[in-house]
Design a protein around this ligand. Structure first.
Ligand SMILES: Cc1ncc(COP(=O)(O)O)c(C=O)c1O
Length: 416
């Protein structure tokens, strides 16, 4: 009999096995995956995350120079000289970490300045910075929504927001499905203290957008608030790059916006922005802020400079979109299933994770670095290559990607 193909899901909760036994048993997955030689932690890069990286492949082939498509460094700001300079100057002035939480002395002047900048950009009163986008989402969701509240969430929201909903009531609506949303809102009437509709500004695995104006309108009709995670939209969408609310012209209608500084901004950190009293409340009730050291000043200074740069240099965003359009049209012409992406996240649907890993491995041999998205980032059997386009890619890089993909498809015939 053919041996069962093990999926990473098979090790999440193994009946009758404690953690040590489960962790040891997890070896079975690595033994199986060794055949495909594409485990993320067996590959390192020894260069800045940019359009070209040096990959050390611990399976044997050392130091492959590859074009990289793994990072959400959409505008290439992580290596911009002015961003690096801002960080170095902040290191000189403030040292490295603050070594304490914002609420107990780790709140410095450049945190406050960045918060005010972010609030202005999103047309809100105030903002609060966290040490990551994950910390922002989990922290605000836990603080805002409790046992007598309800979160009505698009089923494709990011795990970081979802994980913040463990202590509240949750109803899912089908992705962008307004009918399901309305049914949930109707049923919720009068039964909860706060009802929040939660969406992403760009969905991180399919790269599509929420039907935001309609969602906001419907939420308001039923007295619900709207929370949006703008992680992949900030720096990318909208006339100034200020995100999905700017793109759809609904800044007033989205009540609470969270975001990250780790994607287009090129650094690390997260934020939430909203009205004055909500932010003041969150400063004291978001556990991932009050019980965690504040964002290092160098990262704050770098993020602030990066935001100034993408505001002043819209050509960065224009180049990102030019690249995005170009590669999407090439991939579509070649017959790949790239879903309904409306952003620089381009999924190339494959199906099972085994094939996705094998495709990625073959691409690496051709000088293309991309790690496949598999469960739990996507549903089982919905594995894909998730291509992240950047403004720094050249046309030759994008052609190299598509040509290499075609060569691998000749070999593996994975096109869906
Ligand atoms: C949609 C979305 N929200 C939040 C996050 C978390 O951001 P960070 O990397 O800053 O923790 C991510 C990161 O992958 C994301 O894709």
């Amino acid at each position: 009999m053919k041996e069962k193909y093990l999926n990473i899901k098979d090790f999440a909760d193994v009946p009758g096995k404690g953690i040590q036994e489960t962790a040891d048993y997890f070896q079975a997955w690595f033994d199986q995956m060794d055949e495909y030689q594409m485990n993320a932690f067996d590959i390192t890069t020894s260069t800045a995350t940019g359009r070209e990286v040096v990959v050390t492949d611990h399976y044997g082939e050392d130091l492959i120079t590859a074009k990289s498509f793994v990072s959400s460094n959409y505008l290439g700001l992580n290596t911009h000289p002015e961003v690096k300079k801002a960080a170095s100057e902040a290191v000189e002035k403030y040292g490295m970490g603050t070594c304490t939480a914002p609420i107990i002395g780790g709140y410095i002047d450049n945190h406050k300045e960045l918060e005010q900048k972010i609030a202005r950009i999103h047309k809100k009163d105030d903002a609060l910075i966290f040490s990551s986008g994950f910390a922002a989402n989990i922290g605000i969701a836990q603080a805002i929504l409790g046992k007598e509240d309800l979160a009505i969430v698009d089923k494709f929201i990011h795990a970081s927001m979802f994980d913040g909903l463990a202590n509240t009531n949750v109803k899912f609506f089908g992705h962008n499905n307004l009918e399901y949303l309305e049914t949930n809102l109707q049923k919720a009437q009068g039964n909860y203290k706060t009802v929040a509709v939660i969406v992403d500004g760009v969905y991180s695995q399919d790269g599509d957008l929420p039907v935001l104006p309609e969602i906001c309108k419907m939420a308001k009709k039923y007295g619900a608030i709207v929370i949006m995670d703008d992680a992949h939209a900030f720096g990318v969408l909208g006339e100034n790059g200020y995100g999905a609310a700017e793109h759809f012209d609904v800044e007033e209608e989205v009540d609470i916006i969270t975001g990250t500084l780790s994607k287009a901004v090129g650094t690390i950190g997260g934020y939430v922005t909203a009205n004055k009293s909500i932010i003041r409340y969150l400063r004291y009730y978001s556990r991932s802020s009050i019980f965690s050291a504040s964002l290092p000043p160098a990262m704050v200074a770098a993020a602030s400079k990066a935001i100034d740069l993408f505001t002043a240099e819209p050509q960065l965003k224009d180049k990102l979109w030019e690249n995005t359009k170009y590669i999407k049209s090439r991939l579509a012409d070649c017959g790949y299933n790239i879903g309904e992406s409306e952003s620089p996240i381009v999924p190339i649907k494959i199906g099972d994770d085994k094939t996705a890993k094998l495709v990625a491995r073959k691409l690496l041999e051709k000088g293309v670095y991309i790690i496949p998205a598999v469960y739990p980032a996507v549903r089982l059997r919905d594995s894909r290559l998730r291509l992240n386009v950047s403004a720094t890619h050249t046309k030759a890089d994008l052609d190299h990607f598509v040509d290499s993909l075609n060569e691998v498809n000749e070999l593996l015939n994975f096109k869906k």
